[in-house]
Ligand binder design. Sequence first.
Ligand SMILES: [Zn+2]
Length: 149
Amino acid sequence: MGSFSREQRTEPEPKVVKTDAEWREQLSPQEYQVLRQAGTERPFTGEYTDSRTVGVYRCRACGAELFRSETKFESHCGWPSFFTPLAGDTVIERVDNSLGMRRVEVLCAACHSHLGHVFEGEGYGTPTDLRYCINSISLTLSPDSEATS
Ligand SMILES: [Zn+2]
């Protein structure tokens, strides 16, 4: 008999379902390790840590739109940080107490790939006081078209 945390919510079924072998074939070993095995890239090494390019950040595994550049802020933590996802249902927040501390894992709602973690109440002065700390390698930035001026 497992015990449920009171914050545990039912997670939506993934829309994108692939076998482990298919993910391994599609993703690089580094991408696979983070996205499918909940790894963490080393801080200050990701390509989007300091990116200011205007656009939308998509899931690198399935292409779902996850975050907008307007919600990215400088946290100096070594990973891209956002104060909100694109919409409430684009990501899944899963409470993880496994390491003897409470952490909240962030997953892509469409394919359930690991993105990073979300932290709250750190005092960054953002509208939500949340920090979605996301691995660069879990994201692909699609810059906005310059035609929409
Ligand atoms: Zn995805």
